[in-house]
Design a protein around this ligand. Structure first.
Ligand code: ATP
Ligand code: MG
Length: 248
């Protein structure tokens, strides 16, 4: 099983939108896929109509309940979900109790390798202990970057952290998200991306009102957007690049 994390230090940059759409494309391509919503906001759980879990996450992390009991179906073939609940705001503290601490998430994911070809992790914005676990567990870390200086700065912080933690730089893959060519700064950065983004994916996710509609439709774009929708096509391209980086 491969592990894809969608992670960024900055909030509101399109992590959840990417995680849900990429998980959908992976499942539609025939890969048994598990999306784990690691953010107590529960946004990807909402998009995928996941019922809140009844199992206590604390008990799962303490090894008292099998992690597989957290899994819920989604309306989509090949796509299952571990929904977030409000206790996830303590996930950092809960993971620290598992030894070795940076490997906790990797160990929790291990039992799923018999059932799934891909796990997608939708992460909260942070550089926390949970983030360290995510970076260790993931084969590819996709990082959405909005073409603005603050978002680029946050990506620099993530890249520096990767280096300082001794993680393989090649698994960190940025991509432009919420790109709006009507804005001069966006145009400048899209046309001449800074060297820090050398390993970026070529797909560019545009600023799109269809993506905003995901919250209303509670569905991935492919379930309701027209076939020629620019954001839908961008996520489809991003999935192909990601699949190639993952080797699936
Ligand atoms: N390409 C896009 N175009 C327009 N709006 C978008 C796009 N991607 C995401 N959004 C909107 O921006 C907001 C944040 O998106 P999303 O939840 O995907 O970001 P996030 O990085 O997961 O946020 P958080 O850090 O809170 O988890 C949402 O309201 C979403 O509908
Ligand atoms: Mg999110």
């Amino acid at each position: 099983m491969k592990v894809l994390a969608v992670h960024a230090v900055k909030g509101g940059v399109g992590k959840t939108a990417a995680a849900v759409n990429l998980a959908y494309f992976a499942a539609a391509s025939g890969l048994p896929t598990l999306l784990w919503d690691l953010d107590s906001q529960g946004a990807s759980s909402w998009y995928l109509r996941g019922e809140p879990g009844t199992e206590k996450t604390r008990k799962v992390l303490a090894g008292q309940t099998p992690v597989g009991r957290l899994v819920k179906p989604t309306p989509y073939r090949n796509l299952n979900l571990i929904p977030a609940d409000f206790s996830y705001r303590y996930l950092d503290i809960m993971l620290k109790k598992i030894e070795p601490p940076r490997e906790a998430l990797r160990r929790l994911l291990r039992p799923f390798s018999e059932t799934y070809a891909l796990a997608v992790l939708d992460c909260p914005p942070s550089l926390s202990h949970l983030a360290d676990n995510v970076m260790v567990a993931a084969d590819v870390v996709l990082a959405p970057v909005v073409p603005t200086w603050l978002s680029l700065r946050a990506f620099d912080q993530l890249q520096d952290h990767f280096k300082s933690e001794g993680l393989a730089a090649r698994k960190l893959r940025p991509f432009f998200s919420m790109a709006d060519r009507r804005r001069s700064l966006h145009r400048e950065l899209l046309d001449a991306p800074p060297p820090a983004l050398a390993r970026r994916m070529q797909a560019v996710v545009p600023y799109s009102s269809t993506v905003e509609r995901m919250g209303e439709r509670r569905a991935p774009l492919a379930a309701f957007a027209p076939g020629d929708d620019a954001a839908l096509l961008a996520y489809a391209e991003l999935w192909l690049e990601t699949a190639s980086a993952l080797g699936v």
